[in-house]
Each structure stands twice: as structure tokens, then as C-alpha cells.
Design a protein around this ligand. Structure first.
Ligand SMILES: Nc1ncnc2c1ncn2[C@@H]1O[C@H](COP(=O)(O)OP(=O)(O)OP(=O)(O)O)[C@@H](O)[C@H]1O
Ligand SMILES: [Mg+2]
Length: 296
């Protein structure tokens, strides 16, 4: 990372008090390989931050570290001033891996309820307070009408709303959403972004939202956290999504074009497609991951 990006990713001295998320010189390795190297950053309570970067950049890894599911090999992570594991109760999490959900023989209400008490796939015994939490979460995502329907009857967008309701149970202070827009058409993408924005503003939640395309999030995010080659750049869109910062992160020449209010990131070989998850269409790195930048 160049000096500019390094400065942006690093919190200002003395800025760490009262932060929602702090990474202080954090290094995380997986399978013997450094995924995030010497990352320092601070995210304020109530911020909506989009996490971007190519396949394998470490977006999911970063969320898992925030939840305390992964331990850094160096550095310190603080969530609302405390260790991640203790803070994870304050977090609602929508995991990226959720393919099997539609197969579950459950009604919408029971599915949301199954996440109470951390028993994600079981059906816990629920008291009045739990029932109220489930009803409230369904209401927040405007999914009351889905409560009585079977999961197998629901569209991808409807399922997504139930998953969001699960993540919102207990009104967490921190909402971690891993690729919530994947497999949604543009209309539903906008609806999910608008919903999350509304929840962030009305509940004062801190939101981390991973994505491959920044465009649906442009009007909603406060800042973006861009990951690449083990490094991070955090800042407002105009600071981070620039040719200089992205070229340093990708270690190749990158241009950023703005067309009709959309942002297009262009590598040396031409425009990068939006559908970042079509792995077959992209070059793959030595780890089998997409080695090219995405349309942000
Ligand atoms: N369980 C694991 N064991 C070993 N390595 C892993 C494991 N999970 C992920 N990795 C590696 O860690 C790196 C970061 O993966 P991660 O899932 O965080 O990337 P990502 O940015 O979320 O990618 P994507 O856009 O594909 O979701 C990758 O190189 C991946 O191969
Ligand atoms: Mg991921």
C-alpha cells in the first residue's frame, strides 16, 4: 500500500476512544497465508461502511475476526472497546454461505426464530420476549406477510429479507452483512440497501456491508473499506475509489471512470464486469481466486 493509502487506513492518534471497531496493527493468516497484514483502522458508532475488494481479498475474514471467530496472529481488535468474542453478542451477522437455507422445512416465522439464542438451525423454546423479538425483526424488514409461508416457496429476495430479520434479532448495535446483494436483481438490491440504510439511521446501528459492486450502495454508505493484497484503504468514496489508491492496492494500473452517476473501475485490459462472482469469466490467482479488480 502506498503512503497515502496507509495514512487513510490508519486511525489518527487519539481517535480510538469510543469507536465501534478498532484494528490496531492486525495481521490475520489463514491456511498459512497472510490474508490481512498489519491493518489499522477505526470505524465510528453508527457508520455505514461498505467493504469491497476482489474474491479472496479478506472481506469475510475481516467480518469473522470482528465476530471473534478468527484470532489475529498479531495486533489487537476492539469492538466497542472490548474483545471481539465478548462483543459478538452485540452483533447481528448475515453469513455469506447460505445456500442450504431454502431447503429447510420451516415457515418464515420459525426460520427467523431458529436464530434466537444462537441456535441457528434448531427450534428453540421461545418465551414471550423471544416472540416479540421475532415479530419486531419481521416488522423491521417488512416481512410480516412471509411469516406463515414455507421457505421453499419464497423468492431469493424474500429469503434475503428473512435472513436480514435473523441478523436483526435483539436489535444489535453492530450489523455485519456478508454479500447481502448476491443473486438479487437490481430492484431488490436497491430495496435491501434502502432497508439497511433505514435501519442504520433509525436504530443508530453500525453497519459493515460487503459487496462486489459499490454502485447500488453509493447513496447509502458513509465510507468504504477497500481490501487488496493484504492491505486496506478506508475513507469516503472520493478518497478511496481513485486510480492512485486502487493501483497501489492491486499493484497494477487501475483507472476509475464516472459514467452517469456510476463508478466503473478499469484495469489495463478494459472495463471490469459487475458480475464478480462469475469466477469462470475472470482470471484466477494462484489460490483459485479472481485476481482482477471488480466493478466498484
Ligand atoms: N477456512 C479457510 N481455511 C484456509 N484458508 C481460507 C479459509 N477461508 C478462507 N480462506 C482463504 O482466505 C483468503 C480470504 O478469504 P475470504 O473468504 O475472506 O475472501 P473474500 O474477500 O470474502 O472473498 P469472496 O469475495 O470470494 O467472498 C482466501 O485466500 C481464502 O482462500
Ligand atoms: Mg467473502
Amino acid at each position: 500500500m502506498d503512503a497515502v493509502a496507509a495514512r487513510r487506513a490508519r486511525p489518527r492518534a487519539g481517535a480510538l476512544d469510543g469507536q465501534a471497531i478498532e484494528f490496531d496493527r492486525v495481521t490475520i493468516a489463514r491456511g498459512g497465508r497472510t490474508v490481512l497484514g498489519d491493518i489499522s483502522l477505526a470505524i465510528r458508532p453508527g457508520e455505514f461502511v461498505a467493504i469491497l475488494g476482489p474474491n479472496g481479498a479478506g472481506k469475510t475474514t475481516l467480518l469473522q475476526a470482528v465476530l471473534g471467530l478468527l484470532q489475529p496472529i498479531a495486533g489487537d481488535i476492539r469492538i466497542f472497546g472490548t474483545k471481539p468474542r465478548r462483543a459478538s453478542r452485540a452483533a447481528g451477522y448475515l453469513p455469506q454461505q447460505r445456500m442450504a437455507v431454502a431447503e429447510l422445512p420451516l415457515r418464515g416465522w420459525d426460520f427467523v426464530a431458529s436464530a434466537l439464542n444462537g441456535e441457528r438451525w434448531g427450534l428453540p423454546l421461545i418465551g414471550g420476549n423471544g416472540r416479540r423479538q421475532v415479530d419486531q425483526a419481521l416488522e423491521t424488514v417488512a416481512a410480516g406477510a412471509l411469516a406463515a409461508r414455507s421457505l421453499c416457496e419464497l423468492s431469493g429476495g424474500e429469503l434475503q429479507r428473512l435472513l436480514l430479520a435473523q441478523a436483526l434479532l435483539g436489535r444489535p448495535k453492530l450489523l455485519l452483512l456478508d454479500e447481502p446483494l448476491i443473486s438479487l436483481d437490481p430492484h431488490f438490491q436497491q430495496a435491501v440497501v434502502a432497508l439497511v440504510k433505514e435501519i442504520q439511521q433509525s436504530c443508530g446501528m453500525t453497519v459493515l456491508f460487503t459487496a462486489h459492486d459499490l454502485n447500488p450502495l453509493l447513496g447509502a454508505v458513509d465510507r468504504v473499506l477497500y481490501l487488496g493484497n493484504g492491505k486496506a484503504a478506508l475513507g469516503v468514496v472520493d478518497e478511496v475509489i481513485t486510480g492512485d489508491v486502487l493501483s497501489a492496492l492491486y499493484r497494477m494500473p487501475i483507472e476509475v471512470l464516472r459514467v452517469n452517476g456510476r463508478i466503473l473501475v478499469v484495469a489495463g485490459h478494459g472495463p471490469v464486469e459487475t458480475e464478480a462472482h462469475r469466477h469462470d469469466a475472470y482470471g484466477q490467482d494462484a489460490h483459485g481466486h479472481d485476481a482482477r479488480p471488480q466493478n466498484v
